[in-house]
Write a protein that binds this ligand. Structure first.
Ligand code: ARG
Length: 270
């Protein structure tokens, strides 16, 4: 009897060791698969199986803090869907917009933040293929007389720090730029009469227009000769495997209808 118990115990131990080995091997293989391209090049960002995504959840409908206190919005849903395609865990880090680009490669792997592709940012980071087209809008008090590019000259302009709206406002002749960490604070100062207008991306501008209905209006930047911008995911410079994997995942999400679903849920429902 003792012998039989010992034999059974030994069998159970060997079997559980085998299973443990098997599953950890399988997990390593998957992580290695996504972090390695066909020619054997690897992605440092994907190698640990966790994709840390930086954002600034002050930019509805692309990112905002949800009712549960966690970052939510189109970009968050998109990166989670990308993570699922790549078989990696997605962790979101909410931080100041102006810190995102310089945090890539240290605090975060990538940034998804309605970020416009600019030549200046390209000096520091790479970008995925663009996934959304945007333009800056001008948010005005209800009765403002501002209606053209010339009208913006010499005005006090509210912006979110480090955004393309900030760069445009700075270039307007005679402007005084008030920059805020949170876009909503700029809009509050517009309502309080501390700034003459706020320059911010189209979709957040429309969200603020409906949030502060009757107090502010959002005007299309085309009326002020602002150029079309493209949003893309910011990536560590030189990680070609990561860029390829992310672009492929987004292509798949477009092909299978997930991307359009997210646009409907988050952007068009706003
Ligand atoms: N598209 C603008 C830019 O890239 C503004 C983005 C702001 N995004 C945010 N999550 N706060 O500069």
């Amino acid at each position: 009897m003792k012998k039989l118990v010992a034999f059974l115990l030994a069998t159970v131990m060997v079997m559980s060791m085998l299973t443990a080995c098997g599953s950890s091997e399988a997990a390593t293989e998957t992580a290695a698969e996504v972090s390695e391209s066909a020619d054997g090049a690897t992605s440092a960002a994907l190698a640990d199986g966790v994709l840390t995504v930086g954002t600034n959840a002050e930019f509805p409908p692309f990112e905002y803090v949800g009712d549960d206190g966690q970052p939510d919005g189109f970009d968050m849903a998109l990166v989670k869907a990308i993570g699922e395609k790549l078989g990696v865990e997605v962790k979101i880090e909410n931080m100041e917009f102006a810190s995102l680009v310089t945090s890539i490669g240290s605090k975060i792997d990538i940034a998804a933040a309605g970020m416009t592709v600019t030549e200046e940012r390209k000096q520091t980071v790479d970008f995925s293929n663009p996934y959304y087209e945007a333009v800056q809008y001008v948010v005005l008090p209800k009765d403002s007389a501002i209606a053209s590019a010339a009208d913006l000259e010499g005005k006090t302009i509210g912006v979110q720090l480090g955004t393309t709206g900030d760069f445009i406002a700075t270039d307007i002749p005679g402007s005084t730029v008030s920059s805020y960490n949170k876009a909503v604070d700029a809009v509050n100062d517009l309502i309080n009469g501390k700034v003459d207008c706020v320059i911010i991306d189209k979709n957040p501008a429309l969200v603020f227009e409906s949030k502060f209905e009757g107090q502010v209006v959002a005007v299309d930047g085309a009326q002020f000769d602002f150029e079309i911008e493209n949003y893309a995911i910011a990536l560590p410079k030189g990680d070609a495997v990561l860029a390829e994997q992310i672009n492929k995942a987004v292509e798949e999400l477009k092909a299978d209808g997930t991307f359009d679903e997210l646009v409907k849920t988050y952007i068009e429902a706003e």
